[in-house]
Design a protein around this ligand. Structure first.
Ligand code: PHE
Length: 395
């Protein structure tokens, strides 16, 4: 028969376990019946991405890059002797859900740092919450200048659209020698309209002219009238800084009108397997500015492409490469931080210089943006082909 003391002990333990399981949902990977608290010493990082909705591919690619980086880290013993666990949440491709999920990751999951999002509109929403809560966040791929502006806890590992707009304008006016430029962009989107603006300002400074400009609305599927109006102004080139989701129908409808693929130049939002699947022939000869290309001639990129290929059996998109870099840079900063806690991690990210990433050598500048190279990619023979590096210093 059990003594009174051990019965009380068992009751107390039971109460404790019930209390734990009520306080938060079980973590993935926890042993059955174990408490919901993270395994001893596990570092929790939050990741918020579009795992469903219109830009699902953004989220899926990014997730694969982060999972690869995390597995590599943990296989090597983790950071400061602790394993890292990344908790993924789905923004459903909307800014509102980005807000909700960042709140949840901070308040409920108690993450020490955040990775996300891809679309600038969603990083702006999530970053507002992260910054107010003083939890460091790194966006892998949001290029709009406002994402990090005035937010001490928000960083990015990609270039900004200030850099990208100027690079695209220089490429168009100097390398391609085209001075009469048409512009087609998604009017209400932060990324698309922001990049259209920096690009057109730079074109004008470089002696070019925006001969026609068309802003389309979200949800538009028929671009034929826009294309007619663009062509009527006789541009030598049309810059379309949008996401691949809209670029596929635009390219298909342009083809009906015999507008050659080489008429188009885009930005990093074009980078997706889906663009090639939907409109590779239509866009044959087109160029776009990007973070990276699978055949980029940099040692570290080659290492990444091989590792990604071994793990996921496909070629990585630039989103996968950027997300991989965001996680690696975060882990590197955690290793250098005085302690694995938000403020110290923030300071270590801010101090990052010469980090060797898959998308180039990255230094974080005083505005929490990445100083790094940019590449021009061409669509050729159904593939993304590296054309040139725009900005500086590669190993
Ligand atoms: N740069 C885009 C943005 O800020 C996101 C993006 C990057 C989309 C790369 C596709 C590929 O919204």
């Amino acid at each position: 028969m059990k003594s009174r003391r051990s019965i009380l002990g068992a009751l107390a333990l039971g109460a404790l376990l019930v209390g734990c399981s009520k306080s938060s949902a079980p973590q993935q990977g926890a042993a059955p019946g174990a408490s919901a608290a993270p395994a001893a010493g596990e570092v929790l990082v939050g990741a918020y991405f579009s795992l469903s909705g219109e830009e699902t591919q953004f989220g899926k690619d990014s997730q694969e890059g982060i999972v690869l980086a995390t597995d590599e880290l943990n296989a090597g013993g983790g950071v400061k002797g602790r394993k890292v666990k990344v908790i993924f949440e789905d923004t459903k491709s909307t800014p509102q859900e980005a807000t909700n999920k960042v709140r949840q990751l901070i308040d409920r999951s108690k993450v020490v740092a955040l990775l996300g999002e891809v679309a600038s509109s969603r990083s702006l929403a999530g970053g507002l919450i992260a910054n107010a809560a003083k939890i460091p966040m790194i966006s892998p791929s949001s290029t709009n200048v406002e994402v990090t502006r005035g937010r001490e806890f928000v960083f990015r590992v990609c270039f900004t659209d200030d850099a990208q707009g100027v690079a695209a304008a220089e490429f168009v006016t100097k390398k391609l020698g085209k001075k009469k430029v048409g512009l087609l962009y998604l009017a209400q989107d932060t990324y698309s309209s922001g990049l259209a603006k920096t690009f057109s300002e730079a074109v004008k400074k470089l002696g070019g002219e925006i001969v026609v400009e068309k802003g389309y609305q979200k949800g538009e599927k028929n671009f034929r009238t826009h294309l007619d109006q663009l062509m009527a102004a006789k541009p030598e080139i049309i810059f379309v800084p949008n996401y691949y989701t809209d670029m596929v129908p635009i390219a298909q409808q342009a083809k009906e009108k015999n507008i050659p693929g080489s008429m188009f130049v885009g930005g990093d939002g074009w980078d997706s397997e889906d663009l090639l699947k939907g409109a590779a022939t239509e866009l044959e000869g087109a160029y776009f500015t990007n973070h990276y290309a699978p055949d980029v001639p940099w040692e570290n990129s080659k290492r990444f492409v091989a590792a990604y290929h071994a793990r996921w059996k496909r070629e990585p998109s630039s989103l996968a490469a950027q997300a991989y870099d965001s996680a690696k840079l975060l882990f590197d900063a955690m290793g250098r931080a005085k302690a694995i806690e938000p403020l110290a991690i923030r300071d270590a990210i801010a101090a990052t210089k010469g980090f060797s990433g898959a998308t180039g050598t990255i230094s974080i500048d005083k505005d929490r943006n990445a100083d790094k190279p940019l590449v021009v990619v061409q669509i050729k023979g159904g593939k993304f082909v590296y054309h040139s590096t725009v900005n500086e210093k590669q190993p």
